[in-house]
Each structure stands twice: as structure tokens, then as C-alpha cells.
Design a protein around this ligand. Structure first.
Ligand SMILES: O=C(O)CCC(=O)N[C@@H](CCC(=O)O)C(=O)O
Ligand SMILES: [Zn+2]
Length: 353
């Protein structure tokens, strides 16, 4: 029996298997590739891969890569699935420990962002809040946190990075951008992480200003990983993605998984433009009014004085310099994020390869 059959129960590839078992709690299944790489399917949509001990792992690192935390953000899911198929077919060799995650399989089947509650608001322990009791997404967040925790412990001593891959609901004036979770004492990412983002053709970085309950914030604050949420394009259904637009991340991940040296950066992907979050807009309740149109593109700029939102008590106006909107979405529960207002960080924060 080959590894693919063993792990994916004769149903073809990882994605097909994950969709077919979206609602099941599968037992752990293990296999070994002819080159000695061990793969453990820890549950639906979770693969833990360990290369043979003699591999060099020149960066002395372990990687967590997730996609499909939002079920309708399909392109990064297709990218990860293709990389797994290549690995199983022996097209390249894995050089570092790797945890691969397809986040929300039931939502992937339904083609929805989430089923009951937004999975990407449930990390850093938020899944324990009593109003999430019994919800499958809360169970999934707990399971994913546990997998990441075990993986980090098993590879203690290696540098841990986590890339949580997404696509955005709105179009974007900056097609690809990464969010760097806030972490006490950290301001900008280390140079090798900036270079990796550029290699993946991500040329914009957004520095978060406070702690949050998204997946990348959990791995950064709890596991000490260098973590990023990476927005790679726009939400489209399975089979409708132009995967040529995702080559950057695909090639950069394949290169990194294989422990190969990073290529030289070249224009236009040789400098990272850095923004910082100025204000997080929250849905404050029934009198909340959002003055940004529903379909506005990410990074659309608003001039000083523009009223962005108001309720009976507060009125938020753009300050003395323009601010740009990211992730405008008023259709969220009370207390959750309606959008971010950002501005360019001081020029010294921009990064040049
Ligand atoms: O396009 C949108 O409105 C949302 C895209 C998306 O899912 N973004 C992530 C960002 C997570 C972070 O802040 O690091 C999310 O909203 O969960
Ligand atoms: Zn998302």
C-alpha cells in the first residue's frame, strides 16, 4: 500500500480525504515514505511530518503552516494540498519537522467562512468561554492548540515559525499582506522572516497593536513562534482560483520545506512596506453605525476628519494624517472586529533586502 492510500483511505489526496471526513473524529494513522519521512495523520486535516534524523535541517527550524481556518478561503488550501501530493509522490524531500493544518473542514465543505462561530476568534483560550460550550468550532480550536503545543514541545530547541494562510473577503489595493501579531517586547519581525515574506511575493506587512485571539497570535504568544497571518488574494470557491497568483507562496514553502537556500531577492519583491494599526473598530451594539461602504477595497485611504463609525456615545474620525481601512465587515457579532484602521509605519520600519 502506498503512503497516500494508507493516510487517505483510498480517497485520493489529502484535501479529498479531509472533505470526505469533515464531520468525523478520525483516529491517528501513521505511515512512512520510502525515504524515511514519517507522517502521522493526527485527525481530519492535520498532518505531522518528521524527516529522517540524518537530514541537515540547516535552519534548525520547525514549521507550522495552516490554511482553511476560514472554510471559504480555498486557494491556500489548494496550495498546501498540492505540496502534500508532491511530497507523497517523492518529488522533493522534507528537511524539517512540519505540522500542516486544514483548519475548518465542515466550513470548507459548506463553502462558508465558518459554521457557528468564527474559528479565528477562538484561540489563545477564547474557546473556553462558556457561550462557546459544545460548539464544534470551539472543539476544533482546542484540538488545534493542543496539536501545536505538542508539536512545539516535541521540537523544543528548534526555531518555530507559523504561517496561517488566508484570502480576503474584499479586493485589496495591496494584493498580498501579512499581519504580525502583537507580542510584548517585539516590534518588527527578524530579517529572515521579512525575506521569506518577500520570497512569497508578500510585500506589505501590518504590525498589530494589541493581543488578540487569532491563531497566529496564539502561536506567537503561547508558543513563542514567529507567526504571521498571511492574506494572499481574494476568497473564491474551490476550483475557481487562479493558482498562478499563488506561485510565490507555493515556491517559497516548497523551498523552505526542503531546507534549500533562499533565492536572491529581486524587484519588485525586494522591499517590505510596513503599516501599523491605529485603531480597531469593534461592533459596539445596536446603535453602531459604520460609514465605510460594504464593498470598499482593503487599504482604501480616508482623509483627516472623515467620520468612520459612530454610536450614541462615540464618534471616530480620522486623525491628523490619512488612515486606511483593512477588513471592513460590519456583519460581525457585537464585540467583534468590524475593521482595522492603519497608517504607514515610520519609514525606518520598512525593510529592504
Ligand atoms: O477579508 C476579511 O475581512 C477577513 C480576512 C481574514 O480572515 N483575516 C483574518 C485576519 C487575522 C489577523 O488579524 O491576524 C481574520 O479576520 O481572521
Ligand atoms: Zn481568513
Amino acid at each position: 500500500m502506498n503512503a497516500s492510500n494508507h493516510l487517505f483511505d483510498f480517497h485520493g489526496d489529502w484535501l479529498t480525504h479531509t472533505l470526505a471526513n469533515a464531520d468525523s473524529e478520525l483516529p491517528e494513522t501513521k505511515t512512512e515514505l520510502p525515504d524515511g519521512t514519517r507522517i502521522s495523520r493526527k485527525g481530519t486535516g492535520v498532518l505531522w511530518l518528521t524527516p529522517p534524523a540524518e537530514r541537515a535541517n540547516p535552519n534548525q527550524e520547525a514549521l507550522i503552516v495552516s490554511a482553511g481556518i476560514h472554510g471559504n478561503e480555498t486557494a491556500p488550501i489548494e496550495v498546501l494540498n498540492a505540496l502534500v501530493s508532491e511530497l507523497l509522490a517523492g518529488e522533493w524531500e522534507l528537511d524539517c519537522p512540519l505540522l500542516l493544518i486544514l483548519g475548518n473542514p465542515p466550513a470548507m465543505v459548506a463553502g462558508e467562512r465558518f459554521m457557528d462561530v468564527n474559528l479565528n476568534r477562538l484561540f489563545n483560550g477564547a474557546h473556553r468561554e462558556s457561550h462557546y460550550d459544545g460548539l464544534p468550532e470551539a472543539r476544533r480550536a482546542r484540538f488545534l492548540e493542543e496539536m501545536c503545543r505538542q508539536f512545539a514541545m516535541a521540537h523544543h530547541g528548534l526555531a518555530l515559525s507559523h504561517y496561517d494562510l488566508h484570502t480576503a473577503i474584499r479586493p485589496s489595493k495591496r494584493e498580498r499582506f501579512a499581519l504580525y501579531p502583537y507580542s510584548e517586547g517585539r516590534s518588527v519581525p527578524p530579517a529572515d522572516q521579512c525575506a521569506f515574506l518577500l520570497e512569497a511575493e508578500v510585500e506589505t506587512l501590518l504590525l498589530q497593536h494589541k493581543e488578540s485571539t487569532v491563531f497566529s497570535a496564539f502561536s506567537a504568544s503561547f508558543l513563542g513562534a514567529e507567526s504571521f497571518t498571511i492574506e494572499l488574494g481574494k476568497v473564491r470557491p474551490f476550483g475557481h482560483n487562479d493558482l498562478r497568483r499563488f506561485r510565490g507562496i507555493e515556491q517559497a514553502l516548497r523551498r523552505r520545506f526542503g531546507g534549500l537556500p533562499a533565492p536572491e531577492a529581486g524587484p519588485p519583491f525586494d522591499h517590505l512596506t510596513v503599516f501599523e494599526v491605529v485603531h480597531e473598530i469593534l461592533n459596539t451594539g445596536p446603535s453602531f453605525q459604520f460609514h465605510v461602504p460594504d464593498d470598499v477595497a482593503n487599504f482604501t485611504e480616508y482623509q483627516p476628519g472623515t467620520v468612520i463609525w459612530e454610536d450614541g456615545q462615540t464618534r471616530y474620525q480620522v486623525g491628523t494624517a490619512p488612515e486606511a481601512i483593512v477588513f471592513p465587515n460590519p456583519a460581525v457579532p457585537v464585540g467583534q472586529r468590524v475593521g482595522l484602521l492603519v497608517r504607514p509605519a515610520a519609514p525606518g520600519y520598512n525593510w529592504k533586502s
